[in-house]
Design a protein around this ligand. Structure first.
Ligand code: PEP
Ligand code: MN
Length: 341
């Protein structure tokens, strides 16, 4: 990491970038309020041999010791990434709620849920058109019809859409409607998908794999970041442990630990971790108290009839009071609430 001097000129910065690129390394620019930082990703020896220390405009060099570079806190000089999705801010001191049904099932179901979460004050609407299901015989999502319904929900509510992409062949269709592309737990290490989504440049919600370590999650984020896509949020959604009393174990320790390791926003999904709606409020409040930058939570107008994940989806009628409780905790944790700004 090459930290430029305060007041380094554009020509000096360009000269450093050119020298980094001349040895086949990639240069990633990060412009701070005071310092511009050039991240050089490539062969450490070759970059070191450039002897950049002392070059015009260069203040000092910092080796990034972590295996992930662009995702590391060091790279951003302690500045946290704040993602702006059509005016909704995620990260920094903002708290965001992403809510909606597990799956897009029908026009009525989606619009009903969309109005509920919007009126309660959620910032983004979630809903899957492509669903990763354990059984190939289970409902796999409405596909392009689901995307069309999401587009309609976006039009009538004005809410940005978060929806999952599973297959790169659906990328263009998903890009038509998604403001945030969700990469699911099962695809966290689908490296070709990560690269393509990195190139697409759309904000990404990257979910932690069922048995992935935090380093593996950060390395997956690195695949997206290295393509020049800086708008990545990480999502803890429960991991596999020996405990069978609930669906997954929500690893809340991941929240403060990730916040130490990375500048990227950290979102928590209490719904998929718990698999039971009665646990969702407590887990959500705990996530907010632990410093999460937001939650992604499932809400359905009639969960008994839900095609998928019925038992964990909050009932529409309970969502507004759930969100008020959440916001109180987020506020105590020092977050600014979009609904009050
Ligand atoms: C989802 O959010 O709809 C989902 C399938 O989550 P995960 O990938 O975390 O299981
Ligand atoms: Mn679900």
């Amino acid at each position: 990491m090459i930290v430029m001097k305060e007041g380094a000129t554009p020509d000096q910065i360009r000269a450093v970038v050119n020298r980094v690129e001349s040895v086949g390394a990639r240069a990633h620019l990060s412009e701070g309020e005071i310092h511009t930082v050039v991240g050089a990703i490539g062969d450490r020896e070759q970059v070191a041999n450039l002897d950049l220390e002392g070059s015009p405009g260069v203040d000092h060099l910092v080796p990034i010791t972590r295996p992930y570079k662009l995702a590391s806190m060091q790279f951003r000089h302690e500045r946290r990434t704040v993602i702006d999705i059509d005016g909704r801010k995620i990260g920094g001191n903002h708290f965001a709620t992403i809510a909606g049904p597990c799956t897009v099932e029908s026009r009525d179901q989606l619009l009903d849920a969309a109005h509920t979460v919007k009126e309660a004050g959620a910032q983004l609407l979630r809903g899957g058109a492509y669903k990763p299901r354990t059984s190939p015989y289970s409902f796999q999502g409405l596909g392009e019809d689901g995307l069309r319904l999401l587009a309609e929900a976006k039009e009538v509510t004005g809410m940005p859409i978060v929806t999952e992409l599973m297959d790169v062949r659906d990328l263009d269709a998903v890009l038509e409607v998604a403001d945030v592309i969700q990469l699911g737990a099962r695809n966290m290490q689908n490296y070709t998908l990560l690269t393509e989504v990195g190139r697409a440049g759309r904000p990404v919600l990257l979910k932690r794999g069922l048995s992935a370590t935090l380093d593996e999650l950060l390395m997956s984020a690195e695949y997206i970041l290295k393509e020049g896509n800086t708008d990545v949020m990480l999502c803890e959604r429960g991991i596999r442990t020996f405990e069978t009393g609930y669906r997954f174990t929500l690893d809340l320790m991941a929240v403060p630990v990730l916040k130490e390791l990375t500048h990227l926003p950290i979102i928590v999904d209490p719904s998929h971790a718990a698999g039971r709606r009665d646990l969702v409020p407590a887990l959500s409040m705990a996530a907010a108290a632990a410093g999460a930058d937001g939650v992604v939570v499932e809400v359905h107008p009639d969960p008994e009839k839900a095609i998928c994940d019925g038992p964990q989806q909050l009932r529409s009628e309970d969502f507004a009071s759930y969100l008020r409780q959440m916001e109180q905790v987020a506020e105590i944790a020092g977050k600014e609430l979009a609904s009050r700004v």
